[in-house]
Design a protein around this ligand. Structure first.
Ligand SMILES: [Zn+2]
Length: 85
C-alpha cells in the first residue's frame, strides 16, 4: 500500500519537532495509539480487533463467492460447472 505523507513544516516547528503518528482504525476511526513521528505529524491507519473480525468475515464470504463464480465460469469444463450449480 502506498501512503502519501504530507509534511507541514509550520506544524512541526510549533510542536518543537516532537511529532507523533496517531494510529486510527480505518473502519470505525477508533484511536489505536500513537507512535513517534520522527518529524512527521499525521495519521496511520490500522484496524481494531473488532473491525478486523468483521472485515475478515466479510472478505472471506466475498472471496468464497468470487472463487465459486470464477470456477463455474472459467476454470471448470462447461458440463461440470453446470452439474455443481
Ligand atoms: Zn474499528
Amino acid at each position: 500500500m502506498k501512503t502519501e505523507i504530507n509534511i507541514n513544516p509550520s506544524a512541526i516547528s510549533r510542536t518543537g519537532g516532537a511529532t507523533v503518528i496517531t494510529r486510527i482504525c480505518m473502519y470505525c476511526k477508533r484511536v489505536l495509539g500513537e507512535k513517534p513521528g520522527y518529524g512527521v505529524q499525521g495519521f496511520s491507519h490500522g484496524v481494531c480487533p473488532s473491525c478486523l473480525a468483521e472485515a475478515r468475515a466479510h472478505l472471506e464470504a466475498e472471496f468464497e463467492t468470487e472463487a465459486r463464480a470464477s470456477l463455474s465460469l472459467s476454470l471448470l469444463p462447461r458440463n461440470e460447472g453446470a452439474a455443481s450449480a
